[in-house]
Design a protein around this ligand. Structure first.
Ligand code: PBG
Length: 306
């Protein structure tokens, strides 16, 4: 099976390892700047092909899409907007574009939680069922990699099972396998319309103070059939990458999340640092820490320097 992000033999930062996040928002009529994230916009569907084309010309190839539908759904089952977006991207760009799709429910549930909950408690079977419908739809539309970020128990196992049942045996899964509950997701939640209401995400995201639980979470996802693993937020998790790789022998990447990236931009805007240097420094640190791929809002700014 083709690996889009193989385990790297060197520590050198390269453009093949970069993944650019992109937001498509069905509520928008024109592009909307995402607060704190520099040249990152939420795009209306009508402009997304042009936006991607521009990035491809810069030398980017890998994109992680967050697709935000207009309507909230209590029991999500309609992923037709996602389907249309994915289909149009893959029809236009085919293999020039490696298309990863964030697979979660937080942009679609009325309470902004990553699963379906009743009385502040996640219902796992309902959540898995909805995530499975979503992931199948994305694969049918042509997605290259499914990236579940919900952090519910056994999601990777569930997805692998239904992919096998639906003849998607070769489907690839990039698991957000070590994802912490974090204060660094702020700018993202505004763009994804996914701020949680009523209770926080500590019942399903990892606590930062428990190293063995953090490593174990990636090991479990590897055993359940993930092809790629991830630590997130990247900067606060770099100490975990090598151990996860040693335990699982799987490619492991780092996600420089919205709040981390925004902090670089803020230093620059206050005259306290230079964004391009800060970005280069931080990405080199991920590379030194042996991340096999890096998801960063700065991918399009750095690609021509590599
Ligand atoms: C959705 C999801 C989140 C991020 C990626 N997927 C937010 C969250 O868990 O609250 C955060 C990414 C970022 O901050 O850049 N589950």
């Amino acid at each position: 099976m083709k690996s889009y992000f193989p385990i790297r033999k060197t520590n050198k930062l390269s453009k093949q390892m970069l993944i650019q996040p992109m937001f498509v928002d069905q509520r928008l009529k024109s592009p909307k700047k995402i607060k704190g994230l520099g040249e990152n916009y939420s795009w209306p569907q009508s402009t997304i092909l042009k936006a991607v084309e521009k990035d491809l010309k810069k030398g980017l190839r890998n994109f992680l899409f967050f697709i935000v539908p207009k309507e909230k759904q209590k029991l999500p089952e309609d992923f037709s907007f996602h389907y249309e977006v994915i289909r149009s991207l893959k029809t236009q760009f085919k293999k020039d574009l490696t298309l990863l799709i964030d697979t979660c429910l937080c942009s679609i549930t009325p309470d902004g939680h990553c699963g379906i909950s009743h009385n502040k408690k996640i219902n796992l079977p309902e959540t898995h069922y909805a995530l499975g419908l979503a992931a199948n739809t994305y694969l049918e539309a042509g997605a290259d990699i499914i990236a579940p970020s919900d952090m519910m128990k056994d999601t990777t196992k569930y997805l692998r099972k239904i992919f096998n049942e639906n003849n998607f045996n070769a489907a690839q899964i990039m698991s957000y396998s070590t994802k912490f509950k974090s204060g660094f997701y702020g700018p993202f939640r505004e763009a994804a319309n996914s701020t949680p209401k009523g209770y926080d995400r500590s019942s399903y995201q990892l606590p930062v103070n428990d190293r063995s639980k953090a490593i174990q979470s990636s090991i479990i996802n590897a055993a359940q059939g993930a092809n790629y693993l991830m630590v997130k937020p990247g900067m606060t998790s770099i100490d975990l990458i090598q151990e996860i790789k040693a335990e699982t022998l799987l490619p492991t990447g780092a996600y420089q999340v919205s709040g981390e990236f925004a902090s670089l931009k803020l230093l620059d805007s206050q005259g306290l640092g230079k964004y391009p240097d800060l970005l280069m420094e931080s990405l080199n640190v991920f590379s030194r820490a042996k991340a096999d791929y890096i998801i960063t809002y700065g991918a399009r700014d750095i690609v021509s320097h590599l």
